[in-house]
Design a binder for this molecule. Sequence first.
Ligand code: C2E
Ligand code: MG
Ligand code: MG
Ligand code: MG
Length: 285
Amino acid sequence: EAQKLGNTAYQFYIASIGTQSQEELLLELELRQALERQEFQVYYQPKVNLRTGEVEGAEALVRWLHPERGFISPSEFIPLAEKTGFIIPLGEWILKTACVQAQGWQTAGLPPIRIAVNLSGHQFSQPHLGELIVEILRETGLDPRYLELELTESTVMENPDVAIATLSELKSLGIQISIDDFGTGYSSLSYLGQLPFDILKIDRSFVSSLTQDAKNAAITTAILQMAQSLNLKVVAEGVETEAELAFFYGHQCDQIQGYWFSPPLSAPAFEEVLSGSKRLPLSSS
Ligand code: C2E
Ligand code: MG
Ligand code: MG
Ligand code: MG
């Protein structure tokens, strides 16, 4: 009887694995076609200077508009792309698209902003990453100081010694480096001083809990103080409320990124913000 039950459970387990990987297989196939079919788009979320209310930068975030399934979140397909290696051609396309766009806005006479592009672990460890970036900057004509690369804490900490070398090479190109989702990985504080990066992005999980959770507020304050002593700029991710905004204003945070100002926007919608024809909450108050 027990064996029978066990078997059923086992078969159910196998069946569910079967469907999952079948679904994944299909998604992987569609992912590859999607690039050719131009189903990807890059959205831009403003990064706002808390003192001046100016849009100083934007994070480039990929979007997939699937012909039948509609919008598929990057949290669903980026891990898959990372697993299959497809992140390499996709990531190159995103990087190029974002650089072309940033340069295009400058050429059109809009205020220059820095564009931040996410790099996954696979991309970060790809050989000739520096050369690829040099080539993209050359092709698009974008000044390196207007490019920022976002790497998660976990990506960098996977192999800190290699990361130090790669980051130094990237920084020598004149681009900016930020550590994304800070506080969620397993940063060794001893490496923090050695890693050549410029910006620290406080993860949304701290931001969204700090007004209800005094401990998280204390940790966030400590992160801000540490970053300031290390001469790093700080960006708070996922700011949604005025109370959260006030907290960061009071703690001299450099930039804010979050729904309170704006969700990620399509290129034409972002252009309206940049040209000043659409105002964000801080600048109008
Ligand atoms: P991330 O790099 O930490 O990006 C920030 C995420 O937080 C974005 O989700 C953004 O839409 C979301 N967000 C921003 N402000 C708020 C807010 O106020 N409230 C809430 N609830 N969310 C907010 P998105 O675009 O879904 O991307 C999720 C993750 O997928 C990114 O996290 C990043 O890890 C990955 N990703 C997205 N685009 C790319 C890409 O082009 N390349 C790579 N390698 N990864 C990407
Ligand atoms: Mg990011
Ligand atoms: Mg993040
Ligand atoms: Mg994230």
